[in-house]
Write a protein that binds this ligand. Structure first.
Ligand code: ATP
Length: 207
């Protein structure tokens, strides 16, 4: 089990996946909160049954999967419904995140979560690494990646924690304005540091 957890966060399109892949190349395992959030509402999961009971069968696609667009529209229009959904899903997501983190065997593991700080998941991490880029770059990279209009990205951007606040809560900041290959030396440096921290924590816990 990895005894040391680094929370990897950043705004939409900041480069979390790109950075996580560079850590993976160094053998670092990770758990992705977005993937876990999808897992807990897969067909057969109790949470999906609860959602259907609450919102009706119209919340499902023909193939039995959750219709995320319909659900998003419902909770966007109604704060109480959003709260109901969060109260259902957040504990399940947390539980599964922790289970998966416990299965990681690298000297430290990454918890990749766009909303790490918004959802206070940093309570489960030893350190917070923020991938940071100016908003204009978040906008242009996301628009290009997802082929979506600026307004859509702006809306998501505004629903996330403000950049200065995110930076204030960071232990480490990786500025992702350079070409990807130029990130490698910084990733290597962070990797060495995290390995050292993990070793120190392990030594402390065994004394
Ligand atoms: P989201 O929060 O939306 O899941 P993310 O933070 O995981 O996004 P990525 O998908 O890693 O972000 O990056 C967003 C886009 O920017 C991708 O198309 C990626 O290839 C590109 N990108 C990331 N880093 C760089 C970089 N250093 N130089 C150029 N393009 C980059």
């Amino acid at each position: 089990m990895s005894g040391y957890i680094v929370g990897l966060t950043g705004g939409i399109g900041s480069g979390k996946t790109t950075v996580a892949n560079l850590f993976h190349d160094l053998g670092v395992q990770s758990v992705d909160a977005d993937l876990v959030a999808r897992e807990v509402v897969m067909p057969g999961e109790p949470a999906l049954a609860a959602i259907v009971e609450h919102f009706g069968a119209g919340i499902l696609q023909q193939d039995g999967q959750l219709d995320r667009a319909v659900l998003r529209a419902k909770i966007f229009a109604d704060a109480a419904e959003k709260q109901w959904l969060n109260q259902l899903l957040h504990p399940l997501i947390r539980q599964r995140l922790l289970q998966q983190l416990q299965q990681c065997t690298s000297s430290y593991a990454l918890l990749i979560a766009p909303l790490l700080l918004e959802n206070k998941l940093q309570t489960y991490t030893d350190r917070v690494l923020v991938v940071d880029v100016p908003e204009v770059l978040q906008l242009s990279r996301t628009m290009q990646r997802d082929q979506v209009p600026a307004e859509q990205v702006q809306n998501i951007l505004q629903s996330q924690i403000a950049r200065p606040e995110r930076l204030h809560l960071a232990d480490d900041v990786l500025l992702n304005t350079v070409p990807v290959f130029e990130l490698q030396p910084q990733i290597q440096q962070l990797h060495s540091r995290y390995q050292q921290f993990a070793k120190e924590k392990l030594a402390k816990s065994s004394t």
